[in-house]
Design a protein around this ligand. Structure first.
Ligand SMILES: CC(C)(COP(=O)(O)OP(=O)(O)OC[C@H]1O[C@@H](n2cnc3c(N)ncnc32)[C@H](O)[C@@H]1OP(=O)(O)O)[C@@H](O)C(=O)NCCC(=O)NCCS
Length: 230
């Protein structure tokens, strides 16, 4: 269920609903849920909407509390996981995924040789591939050697899953991944006009470093280079 459908499920945007985290029960307004999908494990909140009658109340005093029965036992499990793509066995799948996400810019698509240069990681939602990151180590965005730098060559979420917090989940995973590898810097680049990913990166502490004119073609466009110190 999308965030939009989730919202429609509720009679009133001011209603409070009961969301189940792995460890605790939390009350959120639906508008808050849309903004904090990851924090409250959106898929599990949705499971509630699908599987149980929502316990709505406009009166905060009547919000569900810890004394409510613990429903988490009854929730179906939907899990976000990250796993390394196996190349070349999965090169076709990576190319196909790339076309679904970046199809509007055919000249930006990676071919099989490109994918072979990166360590790529699938992001799966209950086993379905909905995202992919392409990473390289110890280089800058232009291939210049740069020790302890993680280069994010690609970040993508399937169109039908965009705008629901999954890009944020993936970005946080990229940062955690870089920390685990003791990287000191993360660098990435995107079309200068790609406001969505620029905002996403800024939200996670990336700053704009420079532009690289003529980096992209069809249409010609500068790359914006962003980086984050760890
Ligand atoms: C860029 C992308 C990865 C973001 O993933 P997403 O799942 O849509 O992102 P989220 O829903 O987690 O949103 C995260 C942040 O991105 C920004 N964002 C998302 N949609 C936006 C939009 N339409 N306009 C402006 N900013 C937007 C916001 O800062 C948002 O945070 P907020 O909701 O707290 O304001 C995804 O849209 C995508 O795959 N796009 C196509 C591929 C691409 O351009 N990749 C980047 C180049 S490598």
């Amino acid at each position: 269920m999308s965030a939009r459908l989730w919202r429609k499920t509720l009679a009133n945007r001011n209603d409070h609903v009961r969301c189940i985290d792995q460890s605790r029960s939390i009350c959120f307004r639906p508008s808050t849920i849309e903004r904090r999908i990851i924090d409250v494990t959106f898929v599990e909140a949705v499971s509630l909407a699908d599987g149980f009658r929502l316990k709505g109340s406009r009166d905060p005093a009547k919000r569900p509390d810890a004394s409510q029965p613990d429903l988490k036992q009854e929730l179906p499990t939907l899990r976000i996981e990250f796993s390394k793509a196996i190349v070349p066995q999965e090169s076709d799948a990576l190319c196909e995924f790339d076309r679904m996400v970046f199809g509007a810019y055919p000249s930006d698509l990676f071919d099989k040789e490109d994918w072979a240069e990166y360590d790529s990681y699938w992001m799966t939602l209950d086993g379905k591939r909905i995202g992919c990151s392409a990473l390289a180590y110890d280089i800058d965005f232009d291939g210049t050697p740069r020790p302890n730098c993680l280069y994010i060559a690609s970040t993508g979420i399937l169109p039908e899953y965009q705008g629901q917090g999954f890009g944020s989940k993936q970005k946080q995973w990229q940062i955690d991944f870089a920390r685990r590898r003791d990287c000191k810097t993360i660098v990435t680049n995107m079309r200068q006009s790609n406001v969505r990913v620029i905002r996403l990166n800024e939200k996670f502490g990336f700053t704009q470093r420079e532009t690289s004119p003529g980096y992209y073609s069809d249409p010609d466009e500068a790359a914006l280079v962003m980086e984050r110190r760890l």
